[in-house]
Design a protein around this ligand. Structure first.
Ligand SMILES: Cc1cc2nc3c(=O)[nH]c(=O)nc-3n(C[C@H](O)[C@H](O)[C@H](O)COP(=O)(O)O)c2cc1C
Length: 353
């Protein structure tokens, strides 16, 4: 792909994802408010936070609450973690009944507490077991079953894993080009993604350090992948999806948002939150998003002073205005960050696949 090409949509089963740009699954981040925002910005497919297959199969009340799919966010994929083929097939049925367009399996989470119970990246050690899981799920539902893997556990075995996924009826594979052992360090191994792409016929989504038009085009050109997935690059910077949507249509890449646009979008994110979760939870959870939106700007000081004392949505909206004002009156031009460079938790505990 050259620097000006418009790649075709990503087609998974019969679901068309246009542009071929995917919002990554992120625990405690890709809930309905953020997914809706990223779809509005132009993401071609959005993926939920990972949900326990066991909880879904047993219809646990709290787990079912996470299966909150909105009319305006399609196409949407629900990601599950688990390891028992039967339970995962039951979970896939619940997901299909809830109206999701696809179901994705987490085969990349590297955290000790996840892999020690045989979930996440631990599955990569057993391609035969991966085959059994995908086969059980694909036999149980009509929606596409996909998997998100890493390049391998310690050594790269992504081709073998992806071939098992395809042979069992998997409809697509996303690969984060780092092994489990590499966590988030170093550069993603684009050669591993390219090798996987050469060895399977199903669509391949490349993931790892895509954060702008240039890195997305480089990922596609160097690996031949059919779509790209973005995680850290959109945390506090959902505008990356509008940039990629424009570029992939052959249109000029829009300028980075003005301060006013930023304030409007952060306010919209907050409004979506309160509609979804009510005031108490929204006030608590929005704090991290505000810090991400205004990271490394003069607003950081304002936020740090005010965040601990927030008790109402009125406080949240006033804090967004105060943060924007701090940037507006700054003596020097404010340079905003484009997403996060690192995982937000110093020692990620939930999932950092
Ligand atoms: C806060 C956070 C939470 C994540 N949670 C998940 C998850 O639930 N499931 C998953 O497959 N990957 C998860 N990941 C990994 C991302 O989907 C992605 O594979 C990884 O961050 C590399 O992409 P990036 O370089 O665009 O960030 C998470 C990453 C972050 C930063």
């Amino acid at each position: 792909m050259s620097s000006s090409d418009s790649p075709p949509p990503l087609i998974i089963g019969d679901i068309v994802c246009d542009p071929p740009v995917v919002l990554a699954p992120m625990a405690a981040v890709t809930n309905p408010p953020f997914r809706l925002l990223c779809r509005e910005m132009g993401a071609g497919l959005v993926v939920t936070e990972m949900i326990s297959a066991e909880g879904l199969a047993h219809k646990g009340r709290k787990t079912l609450q996470m299966l909150d799919i909105r009319e305006d966010e399609h196409p949407v994929s629900v990601q599950i973690f688990g390891r028992h083929p039967e339970l995962m097939a039951r979970a896939a049925e619940v997901i299909q009944d809830a109206g999701a367009d696809m179901v994705d399996i987490n085969m990349g989470c590297p955290m000790r507490k996840v892999v020690s119970s045989g979930h996440g990246a631990a599955l990569l050690k057993r391609p035969d077991h991966i085959y059994a899981i995908i086969k059980a799920m694909a036999d149980a539902v009509d929606i596409p079953v996909t998997a998100k893997i890493r390049a391998g556990w310690e050594d790269t075995n992504a081709v073998e894993v992806a071939q098992a996924i395809e042979a069992a009826g998997g409809a697509a594979v996303t690969i984060h080009g780092r092994t489990r052992a590499e966590m988030f360090e170093g550069h993603p191994d684009l050669a591993a993604i390219a090798a996987l792409k050469r060895h399977v016929g199903i669509p391949v989504i490349g993931n790892g350090d895509v954060r702008d038009v240039e890195s997305a085009r480089a990922m596609m050109a160097e690996t031949g992948c059919d779509g790209v997935m973005i995680a850290r690059g959109c945390m506090g910077y959902p505008w990356v999806f509008r940039e990629l949507a424009a570029a992939f249509q052959g249109a000029p890449v829009p300028a980075e948002p003005t301060l006013e646009e930023r304030r409007d979008v952060v306010t919209r994110h907050a409004a979506l939150y309160v509609e979804t979760y009510g005031e108490v939870r929204s006030v608590l959870e929005l704090r991290k998003h505000l810090l991400w939106y205004f990271r490394d700007t003069p607003a950081e000081g304002v936020l740090k002073r005010r965040l601990a004392g927030l008790t109402s949505m009125a406080d949240v909206y006033a804090t967004i205005d105060a943060a924007a004002e701090a940037c507006a009156v700054a003596a020097a031009p404010v340079v905003f960050a484009r997403g996060l460079e690192r995982h937000p938790n110093r020692r990620p505990s939930a999932c950092s696949t």
